[in-house]
Design a protein around this ligand. Sequence first.
Ligand code: 5GP
Length: 347
Amino acid sequence: MRIEEDIKLDYKDVLVIPKRSTLKSRRDVNLLRKFNFKNREKELEVIPVIAANMDGVGTMSMFKSLSPNHMMTALHKHYSLPELKKFFDSTPEEKLKYVFYTIGLNGEDFEKLEKLISILKKDTIQNISIDVANGYTEHFINFVKKVREKYPKKIIMAGNVVTPEMTEQLILSGADIVKIGIGPGSTCITRKIAGVGYPQLSAVIECGDAAHGMGGRICADGGCQVPGDITKAIGGGADFVMLGGMLAGHKESEQKIHKTKDGKFLHFYGSSSEDAMNKHHGGVGKYRANEGKAVKIPYLGKIEPTIQKILGGLRSACTYTGAANLKELPKRTTFIKVNRQLNDLFD
Ligand code: 5GP
């Protein structure tokens, strides 16, 4: 047994210090960021915020609302082949860069992807996200290598991990973007059930450093509760940020809206919660405990005002720190640790 004595940080543990700025207005901030990937010929220009591949978040309706705002969507895994064929065949070419097709570690997902590509008019899938709860297994590394061999020209995002050596390993195995986060998600109970995890801001800072040293990218996945947390993730070195809970509860969730005397709400549940297991896998397997929970969230209507709040928050952060764009934000970020107990009082 060994103890790491350093205290690691979550988003709530810090604030970003304002810096002298030459920007005149928030309008001067450009949130579009250009990325080069060794496996993609064209550069990718997007606002690097991604809707998580969760039920209620990674939906085709979400894509329709996020893509005009240059934000990305990782589709959840539960659309049928005909639905996916229709979607990919009818999505305009210039919008395809905003979609991640998600697969897990099982053969079925991979077969479904191959089948889908074989029935599409053209192979219009540009980005693949390989998403597993635990990215630390040999099996996962070999799977990432296999997907890379099969698809040498697609952007591959893979995770989740929280440590530099595994970030490097995934990049060496063919990932362009490594997804960072074990335990921070709003519907995640891994930290409670398994006692495993890593404070998210420190994971982002440490893994980002490792990835960037090798020409790789990271996506901070989970734990953003307010727009300011996205600033902290990017300021800490995240190239992309994935959001679940912040985008849930909207019309675009494609979920049943419940009406009660107290108002409208819908259920938002973790991908490995009992609800998800019952819905998609016929129950929770006997050998495992579910590591996600369901929460009741108020229905918030259309996603557009939420998008504008997120983009407005980022523009504001850039103005406060004097960053003309998101690439400059980490260079201009100095965090100050704050008293967490005091911070919690304002929740
Ligand atoms: P949020 O933005 O809601 O805080 O976090 C979203 C992320 O939580 C997802 O992208 C995914 O990585 C993670 N997540 C989603 N469902 C579950 C779950 O059931 N269990 C765990 N451990 N993590 C989950």
